[in-house]
Design a protein around this ligand. Structure first.
Ligand code: ZN
Length: 144
C-alpha cells in the first residue's frame, strides 16, 4: 500500500509537488506496483472528467491562491474550507511559488508590526528610557 492520496497524485501530474515530494513520489512509483495502478486510475479518471465532490474541489482550486488570499490566510481571516485548501496547497503539495509569496508576506507583516515599536524605541531612547524595553522583542506576531 502507498500512502499517497489521489490529490497528491493529481498534484504530481500537474507538477505541483515540491522537489522533495516529487523525488519521493517518483522513487516509490518505480518500485510500487500498486502505486502505478493507482496513478493510472487517477489519470484515467481525470481524463474522463471525474466528477466527485473532491475532484471538483481539487480541479477548481488546484491553481495557486491569490496573494490576497494568502494574506488573508496569514491573518486567519478565511473560512475553514479555504484555509484548509491553502494549508494543503502550501504544506502537502509544497507549492514553491506560494511558499515564497508567503514568506514575503510574513516578512512584510512582521516589518509592519515592528515599525511602530522601532519608532517608539527611538523616542524612548531619546528620552533616556530605552533600557527597559530594548531587547524584549515584544509584539512580534507568530502567524497562524
Ligand atoms: Zn501555489
Amino acid at each position: 500500500m502507498s500512502s499517497w492520496t489521489d490529490r497528491e497524485i493529481l498534484a504530481w501530474l500537474d507538477e505541483q509537488l515540491s522537489v522533495e515530494r516529487m523525488a519521493a513520489f517518483e522513487a516509490e512509483l518505480r518500485q510500487n506496483d500498486s502505486l502505478r495502478t493507482k496513478v493510472s486510475n487517477v489519470i484515467r479518471y481525470r481524463d474522463q472528467g471525474g466528477n466527485s465532490v473532491g475532484e471538483i474541489w481539487q480541479r477548481g482550486k488546484l491553481s495557486c491562491p491569490t496573494r490576497t488570499e494568502l494574506g488573508a490566510w496569514v491573518l486567519g481571516a478565511l473560512t475553514d474550507e479555504v484555509a484548509e485548501y491553502i494549508q494543503f496547497h502550501l504544506h502537502t503539495i509544497g507549492c514553491r511559488m506560494c511558499q515564497a509569496n508567503l514568506s514575503d508576506l510574513e516578512e512584510q507583516s512582521i516589518q509592519a508590526a515592528d515599525a511602530p515599536i522601532r519608532r517608539r524605541r527611538f523616542f524612548e531612547s531619546s528620552a533616556g528610557l530605552l533600557r527597559e524595553h530594548a531587547d524584549s522583542g515584544e509584539f512580534l506576531s507568530e502567524g497562524p
